[in-house]
Write a protein that binds this ligand. Structure first.
Ligand SMILES: CC[C@H](O)CC(=O)C(=O)O
Ligand SMILES: [Mn+2]
Length: 338
């Protein structure tokens, strides 16, 4: 099959944030089978924060992610199963375990300025025979020259693809275009884009990325991703089909999956709420949304105030404990001013 664009479906990983990491084996089996049958080339499965993310800090998983990976591998005879790993949260040990179960792609994710921490994990993934992706998160937080420098590092470590990751859903289409263009001019490996829809720009940003030459694109069916979700996969398939761009994915099967299987999994329909809009507006990690909501309820304050303050402080993934600190400070300053 010839494809112009290779889609990675992230609902079973990024979407884990949106449902507080409550996936069951049965749900993953059903979703993975439907994605496989629809012809989606890559399906990502892990805790929302990557392998070994299940913890008090990031949120406890209902089911051990290795069981979820195994369930997906068992039903996917066409799609490759991918895993996400954030060095420091996950280790080579979990990567080996996932590879042994049949995961074929490793996506090694770092903050946009910290690619050097990915070296040993990319090497390990290559040694395990996995296709390897360097995933540069919070791409809006670095100037383009820095992004290019970090992408070159990922390439030098052996990544087959380097992604620009708009973790906060903050970037505007021109900003995505200039980032992808710069990477296309500077590295020889595939370039990918992962967006979030917090400002309702995930589709526009994805199309801007594709226009500049990105060939690896992430989507989440029914927008089942952190914050307002990612580029909606079934919509992307339809749009690209209209543009004459081949994804190799069956549109009707994706629509049926979205409606019949994903919609019932959602705790609430994915929409751009005041919290997700604030994530995009303030440039905050999409996975912080539920943490901020809980902290706001605990301290009796507005979650938007927490998110705006986190944006000002440029808090990054792995600093989830700061959410409660910031909430406590805001509650204290409000109490003093009364
Ligand atoms: C915390 C990992 C994060 O959810 C990875 C990702 O999808 C992103 O940065 O957008
Ligand atoms: Mn994401």
């Amino acid at each position: 099959m010839t494809r112009d664009i290779y889609i990675t479906e992230v609902a079973l990983r990024d979407g884990s944030h949106a449902i507080s990491h409550q996936y069951t084996v049965e749900q993953v089996r059903k979703v993975a089978k439907a994605l496989n049958d629809a012809g989606v080339p890559y399906i990502e499965i892990s805790h929302g924060d990557g392998l070994a993310g299940s913890s008090l800090q990031y949120g406890l998983s209902r089911t051990n992610e290795m069981e979820l990976i195994e369930a997906a591998v068992t039903v996917a005879d066409r799609s490759k199963i991918a895993v996400l790993l954030l060095p420091g949260i996950g280790t080579v040990k979990e990567l080996k375990e996932a590879a042994k179960l049949g995961a074929k792609m490793a996506r090694i994710a770092t903050h946009v300025t910290e690619a050097d921490v990915a070296l040993q994990h990319i090497h390990a993934a290559k040694d395990l025979g996995m296709e390897t992706v360097g995933f540069l998160m919070m791409a809006h937080m670095a100037p383009i020259e820095k992004l290019v420098e970090q992408a070159k590092l990922m390439e030098s470590y052996g990544a087959d693809t380097v992604y620009v990751v708009d973790s906060a859903g903050y970037l505007l289409p021109d900003q995505v275009a200039e980032r992808i263009r710069a990477l296309k001019q500077s590295i020889g490996v595939n370039v990918g884009f992962h967006g979030h829809n917090n400002l309702s720009l995930a589709m526009a940003n994805t199309l801007a990325a594709i226009k500049e030459g990105a060939t690896r694109i992430d989507g989440s069916v029914r927008c089942l991703g952190a914050g307002a979700g990612n580029t909606q996969t079934e919509v992307l398939v339809a749009v690209l089909d209209r543009m004459g761009i081949k994804t190799g994915v069956d549109l009707y099967k994706m629509m049926d999956l979205a409606e019949d299987i994903i919609a019932p999994i959602l705790q609430t329909p994915q929409e751009i709420t005041r919290d997700s809009l604030t994530l995009g507006y303030a440039g905050v990690y999409s996975s912080f949304a539920l943490h901020a909501k809980r902290a706001a309820a605990k301290f009796g304050i507005d979650s938007r105030d927490i998110l705006i303050e986190l944006g000002k402080r440029k808090v990054v993934g792995g600093q989830e404990d700061m959410i409660v600190d910031v909430a406590a400070e805001i509650a204290k300053s409000k109490a003093i001013s009364i």
